[in-house]
Design a protein around this ligand. Structure first.
Ligand SMILES: CC(=O)N[C@H]1[C@@H](OP(=O)(O)OP(=O)(O)OC[C@H]2O[C@@H](n3ccc(=O)[nH]c3=O)[C@H](O)[C@@H]2O)O[C@H](CO)[C@@H](O)[C@@H]1O
Ligand SMILES: C=C(OP(=O)(O)O)C(=O)O
Length: 440
């Protein structure tokens, strides 16, 4: 088992370029199954979740060629539908959440699909009802084998319809859109998720010949077509990485420039970090963060304590709340963090409390942070990363803390952050990969 050993407490400096977006990559790579023609996809992050999905596509029969570090071609000409019943698929398919998004394209093109209950972060219940209710509305039938945690789905004749999603699920919307693009007739999806990665998916599908309108809104209209062609696509930079680096700079008092961020696609993210008092400057398409000795959390206009909560896009993404929380521990002022979507994502605050942070976990969804205003530094400890974003938050805490920290279970972090140790080393961080297991 790998761990990171970190000696923190000193500022970093330099430039860092965000990787291609993990959650966009999982949608886009699933969509290559929609056409037998060649797809060229670039800015693919070299991270565990994405590499596993690429491997899964290869196992299904997709011809894959890596033409540079971050660019691949995919040709889904001959797909081996029988692979679904293999034991190998049951293990591999279940190991990442993004694998659920191969179902929509497979139903659209081959009329059947199967999938083990997918993995991903253990951050509370993560239901898939939205996906399956949507497929059913389009005319599919599914069977869930409870003993083996396995879904079998059949859809010989998908037809367009009106679907009001029970919630604006990101992967659910992507999956239903991909099932609907080749269905007969028009599908309307209301209460659709509309984050930038979904917009990217829809725009790419349109370049392949799909007829999707309403992109960027919560009302999508999809006129089914008979065939989709190949195309080229480039992934956006990862907005969760960008937010993580903003938090890192503030917490460690570092002067950092985040390169080529596609600022206009970041929605409310820079504003939320601004409300924590963090100074950041847009310079062309970069974000420049000056070294800051102190940052002060705003209050609401009436003087009451600020709340930062997640909401479906264009609200604040839940994937950055753990980062906001850790950054608030060294701010001046107080904030209530309200994680509405996931019910087990805040428990990692125990580790921050061990490091000396002042946090009251009010309930599984809410934590009050009493900022220390850098009056004293957190202290390094040994800790285990419970999920990807908590993992990076602990990494940021460790880089700001006095002394030595060890973070175990870094596989969680590496699901989503490409070569993070090397990139932090380049900014001057003291971080080393070591072998190690937590004591408990
Ligand atoms: C691979 C991938 O792309 N993963 C992302 C995707 O997961 P994923 O698509 O799995 O997440 P969903 O959008 O389905 O929703 C996540 C959770 O939030 C709840 N929920 C969702 C919508 C809503 O309006 N209200 C609500 O409470 C759901 O019940 C679920 O428990 O979107 C999540 C929400 O942005 C992100 O955290 C994940 O990183
Ligand atoms: C929760 C996340 O990922 P996944 O949906 O893959 O578990 C995340 O990226 O923060």
């Amino acid at each position: 088992m790998n761990a990171f050993e970190i000696y923190g407490g000193k500022p970093l400096k330099g430039e860092i370029t965000p990787q291609g977006a993990k959650n966009e990559a999982l949608q886009i790579l699933s969509a290559v199954l929609l056409t037998p023609e060649k797809m060229t996809i670039s800015n693919i992050p070299d991270i565990k979740d994405v590499n596993k999905l690429i491997e899964l596509l290869g196992d299904l029969g997709v011809a894959i060629e890596r033409i540079s570090d971050d660019t691949y071609t995919f040709e889904a000409k001959n797909i081996n539908i029988d692979y679904f019943q293999s034991e190998e698929f049951k293990t591999k398919g279940g190991s990442l959440r993004g694998s659920i998004m191969i179902v929509g394209p497979l139903l659209a093109r081959f009329g059947k699909a199967a999938i083990p209950k997918p993995g991903g972060d253990k951050i509370g219940r993560r239901r898939l009802d939205t996906h399956f209710l949507g497929f059913e509305k389009l005319g599919a039938r599914f069977h869930y084998d409870q003993d083996n945690h396995f879904f079998n789905i059949d859809a010989t004749n998908l037809h367009g319809t009106y679907i009001l999603l029970d919630e604006a699920s990101v992967t659910g919307t992507a999956n239903i859109v991909m099932a609907a693009v080749l269905a007969k007739g028009t599908t309307t999806i209301y209460n659709a998720a509309c984050e930038p990665y979904l917009q990217q998916l829809c725009k790419m599908l349109n370049r392949m010949g799909a007829k999707i309108s309403g992109i960027g809104s919560n009302l999508l209209s999809i006129e089914g077509v008979d065939y989709l062609t190949g195309t080229e696509h480039r992934m956006l930079p990862d907005m969760i990485e960008i937010g993580s680096f903003i938090g890192l700079a503030a917490m460690t008092g570092s002067e950092i420039t985040i390169k080529d961020v596609h600022f206009d696609e970041l929605g409310i993210i820079p504003t939320v970090f601004g409300r924590l008092g963090i100074k950041l400057e847009r310079r062309g398409d970069d974000i420049y963060i000056p070294a800051q000795d102190s940052y002060e959390i705003e209050t609401f206009i009436d003087g009451s304590i600020l709340t930062i909560a997640d909401a479906p896009w264009p609200g604040f993404t839940p994937d950055l709340l753990s980062i906001v929380l850790v950054v608030a521990t060294q701010a001046k002022g107080n904030v209530l963090i309200h994680q509405k979507m996931f019910e087990s994502r805040l428990f990692f605050v125990d580790k921050l409390i061990d490091m000396g942070a002042q946090i009251i976990l009010c309930d599984p969804h809410r934590a009050t942070v009493i900022g220390l205003n850098k009056a004293f530094k957190l202290r390094g400890i040994e800790m285990t990363s419970p999920d990807i974003r908590a993992g990076v938050s602990l990494l940021i805490a460790a880089l700001s803390a006095q002394g030595r920290s060890v973070i175990y279970n870094i596989e969680q972090i590496e699901r989503g952050y490409q070569h993070i140790d090397k990139r932090l080393l380049a900014l001057g961080a003291q971080i080393k990969r070591i072998e190690g297991k937590p004591l408990h």
